[in-house]
Design a protein around this ligand. Structure first.
Ligand SMILES: NC(=O)c1ccc[n+]([C@@H]2O[C@H](COP(=O)([O-])OP(=O)(O)OC[C@H]3O[C@@H](n4cnc5c(N)ncnc54)[C@H](O)[C@@H]3O)[C@@H](O)[C@H]2O)c1
Ligand SMILES: [Zn+2]
Length: 342
């Protein structure tokens, strides 16, 4: 069968791979229908992802159908449509034993550390499948992106009526916005990109948008929006180390700052800034199984509308030519979805 492989940074190939085998105990054989493209795939393509190894079959945002299950599998059955939680953890690790399967020491993420779903069929641990009776494969492929924002908002313990600032309105920032909206927080979005801010204002209906300006320009705008108190929760979803260092300036007294964006660089800030305001600094990595269950229900109940999310589509054949355009925000791409044939 065919598969898309990232041979090395900048080079995708459509390759032939052996057919998937029958599932062993605890495993399921799945038919992949839709794969979402995200920043992680783009970083892998651009050679900017520190944990990525090559060659690699990408694909971790997956809408799949169960074809066959191995012995001992009871939670799914053939015919079920599922989202995959792509964080393959070691169940006996220290973090997993504490319930933090999202940041297990031995974590292998599908499509990053081990081969992912850009292929028609493959085997997954059945415990990583989250079924839904009514979601489309496209919606199921979106669940993982949403889970990143869900976990970040949970880490920040967003409250109703609280002023929350989201820095960076890419797909990860947008996914956080969905859950801040559900938490009924008052949302301000800061970005350098006016097109993305306009999307937040008009489609996501956030309360305020502010275009980033250097030299303290944004700070005074944000103070004006919060009666001078600034934000008790700030979520930085830029992945930009300068933004992440600067983000502490926007956190008010007793506030929390969640880094959901990732940088390989150092983040610097003057300690008195953090200390005087008694801030809490948090990281948010991946998501938990319960986040997947919750998101599937929210989409089923019409509380999250996935329609504005999908802006571009590719087939396995067209992806290689289409992919470079997905790396450019000016093309208006939020989420590109690949249809897997075969
Ligand atoms: N925590 C996790 O588990 C997890 C999972 C997936 C992705 N990520 C990370 O989340 C980050 C965001 O991903 P994405 O796909 O949304 O990326 P993206 O590049 O599409 O979006 C980032 C946004 O930040 C804006 N931005 C950049 N610098 C800025 C600055 N100085 N001030 C204000 N805005 C600025 C950009 O204009 C852009 O709109 C990345 O670092 C990615 O690696 C984290
Ligand atoms: Zn992703």
């Amino acid at each position: 069968m065919k598969a898309i492989q990232l041979e090395k940074p900048g080079k995708f190939d459509l390759i032939q791979i052996p057919e998937a085998t029958s599932p062993g105990p605890g495993e399921a054989l799945v038919r992949v229908h839709r794969v979402g493209i995200c920043g992680t795939d783009i970083s892998g393509f651009l050679g900017k992802m520190p944990f990525y190894s090559y060659p690699r079959i990408p694909g971790h945002e997956l809408g799949v159908e169960v074809l066959e299950v191995g012995s001992g599998v009871t939670q799914v059955q053939p015919g079920d449509r599922c989202s995959i939680e792509p964080y393959i953890n070691n169940e006996s690790s220290f973090a997993s034993q504490r319930g933090s399967t999202n940041c297990c020491e031995d974590l292998k993420v599908l499509g990053v550390h081990i081969d992912g779903g850009m292929r028609p069929r493959f085997l997954v641990p059945a415990r990583k499948l989250h079924p839904s009776e009514s979601l489309t494969f496209e919606q199921l492929a979106l669940v993982e992106t949403l889970a990143i924002g869900c976990h970040a908002v949970n880490r920040g313990q967003a409250q109703a009526g609280e002023n929350v600032l989201v820095i960076g309105a890419g797909p990860i920032g947008l996914s956080a916005i969905e859950f801040l909206r559900i938490a009924k927080s008052k949302i301000t979005v800061l970005d350098v990109n006016q097109q993305r801010l306009d999307f937040c204002k008009h489609t996501m209906k956030v309360d305020h948008t502010v275009k980033f300006e250097a030299e303290g320009g944004s700070l005074s705008a944000l103070q004006n929006l919060t009666d001078g108190h600034l934000y008790t929760l700030v979520v930085d979803a830029t992945g930009n180390s300068k933004s992440m260092s600067n983000a502490l300036n926007y956190v008010g007294h007793t506030g929390r700052l969640v880094y959901v964006g990732i940088t390989t660089e150092e983040v610097h800030f003057p300690h008195p800034l953090m200390h005087r305001r008694e801030m809490t600094l948090l990281a948010s990595r991946n998501a938990l199984p319960a986040d997947f269950t919750r998101i599937i229900k929210l989409i089923q109940d019409g509380k999250i509308d996935t329609r504005p999310w999908i802006t571009h589509r590719s087939s396995m054949e067209s992806l290689i030519a289409d992919f470079p355009s997905y790396t450019k925000p000016e093309t208006g791409v939020i989420k590109a979805i690949v249809e897997i044939e075969g």
